[in-house]
Design a protein around this ligand. Structure first.
Ligand code: ZN
Length: 111
């Protein structure tokens, strides 16, 4: 199995964390309270509420992703980092580069 490059992976995770934080700032701007009914028509108010719940879901997903990335970054120096939590084998280097927060190898994750 091809080993991952720790330094390369580390900078990748830092880059992804930075990007997630920037995305979260944008998303948070869009989840601000819906403006009062009288300033919008009924339909656009409903749109605004729908958009708000979509954005809130996006926000939760981003926050979850961000905390997984932060956890991955804090564990990268552990001897067990990069090993599958299910079968204990090394997680494929390509998979780690693409999804550094993975805790399972591609075979176990696909099950
Ligand atoms: Zn596995």
């Amino acid at each position: 199995m091809e080993a991952y490059n720790k330094e390369e992976l580390k900078s990748k995770i830092i880059e992804l964390i930075k990007k997630s934080e920037e995305d979260l700032i944008e998303i948070r701007k869009m989840t601000e309270p819906v403006v009062p009914e009288n300033s919008l028509g009924r339909i656009s108010r409903m749109d605004a509420i729908n958009n708000k719940s979509v954005m809130e879901l996006a926000q939760r997903n981003k926050e979850a992703k961000l905390s997984k990335l932060q956890r991955a970054l804090s564990k990268i120096d552990d001897p067990d980092f990069g090993k599958c939590s299910n079968c204990g084998k090394g997680i494929q280097a390509k998979r780690l580069m693409f999804l550094p927060e993975s805790t399972k190898c591609i075979h176990c994750a696909a099950r």
